[in-house]
Design a protein around this ligand. Structure first.
Ligand code: MRU
Length: 345
């Protein structure tokens, strides 16, 4: 099944509602920057590359919405749209990467009519989407070569087609390995509290007929100690210039366990997720989400009333625990600052 996480239809952006998967499969329509920002904030769309693609369409939608305004009002409205999108979520750098790219395109045609600007921005958003799938497939080929036939691979969160425009980063590696004829089985961490592993990764792998076993997050150490994990592959929301990796909360714990058990720990990472402006993971902004997500799930709450709750949505894995970054330009083993500088030269 081809998963179209985001699609352009009837002059609107449609996104699969990832809050309700797998119980229901529904698209939600968007027609402005503020509505797309709300879709990102509320997790209708999530996953770093998908957030970037959504933001690109948010900019294009805003231009289409404002194209009959005076040039002055168009410019003011567009600036506001960029700011609203930038404030939607803080950690995934793909959001800011996509907004910078769209602003560059806007500036390059700013002298032209608003309608022309809007069409140019829409064409760029389509290109960001198509490029994301091409990049995932390139990463998939490099990553697949790292996995031996028969590998049992643990992943955390959802870095699949649902987290991108299609194919996926970490799950793209599994798809590419299977396409290359390898027997791969996946161990999916449930990924508390939003359950991206149980709901989204498990759903994607089941759709794809790739064998998948679901475990709760606190079972990863046991599985590794039993010799049931051959490799770990995860995605990332932002990689600092020294190779430190921010990803879904719990990834750091998996990386420490993998090192303890001599299991390779790979991070599938498009170049758009590397933030060379940030020296180390210590400076990556970590989103804190609502305490309701930890209290329980949806309407069901099980935590004791009155308890203090923390809900950091991401953590940082130091570069020293990363066996390799799988990028669209190849695999960077033992990533560090000089290797990442070289990658962008
Ligand atoms: O909070 P989420 O669901 O947006 O977090 C997603 C992740 O942590 C993914 O692993 C990451 O964005 C990489 S997606 C290819």
């Amino acid at each position: 099944m081809k998963v179209e996480t985001l699609r352009w239809s009837h002059n609107q952006l449609e996104m699969i509602d990832q809050r309700i998967l797998p119980a229901a499969f529904e698209y939600v329509s968007y027609d402005s920057a503020s509505s797309v920002a709300e879709g990102i904030r509320s997790m209708v769309v999530r996953g770093a590359p998908a957030i970037g693609v959504a933001a690109a369409y948010g900019v294009a939608l805003e231009a289409l919405r404002l194209q009959s305004e005076s040039m002055a009002d168009f410019n003011i409205g567009m600036d506001a749209g960029f700011s609203t999108l930038a404030a939607s979520r803080p950690t995934a750098v793909n959001l800011f990467w996509a907004l910078a790219r769209m602003r560059g395109v806007w500036e390059s045609v700013a002298e032209q009519s608003s309608a022309t600007v809007a069409q140019r921005l829409l064409a760029e958003a389509h290109e960001v989407l198509a490029e994301d799938i091409r990049i995932n497939k390139a990463m998939g080929a490099y990553g697949a070569a790292l996995l031996p036939d028969g590998a049992r691979v643990l992943t955390h969160c959802n870095a699949g087609a649902l987290a991108t425009a299609g194919w996926g980063t970490a799950l793209g590696v599994f798809r590419s390995a299977v396409e290359a004829g390898k027997n791969i089985s996946v161990i999916a961490d449930e990924t508390r509290p939003f359950l991206q592993g149980a709901r989204l990764t498990a759903w994607e792998m089941v759709q794809e007929n790739i064998p998948v076993t679901l475990i709760t997050d606190n079972m990863a150490g046991y599985m590794m100690a039993q010799g049931e994990v051959d490799a770990v592959v995860v995605g990332t929301d932002r990689v600092a210039a020294n190779g430190d990796v921010a990803n879904k909360i719990g990834t750091y714990m998996v990386a420490v366990l993998a090192r303890r058990h001599d299991i390779p720990f790979y991070v599938a990472c498009p170049l758009s997720t590397i933030d060379m402006s940030i020296a180390s993971g210590a400076s990556i902004p970590i989103e804190e989400r609502s305490e309701d997500e930890v209290k329980g799930f949806r309407e069901t709450h099980w935590a004791a009333e009155g308890v203090t709750i923390r809900n950091p949505a991401f953590d940082v894995t130091p570069a020293e625990l990363v066996t390799g970054l799988i990028t669209e330009r190849g695999v960077i083993l033992c990533p560090d600052a000089p290797k990442l500088r070289e990658l962008f030269r």
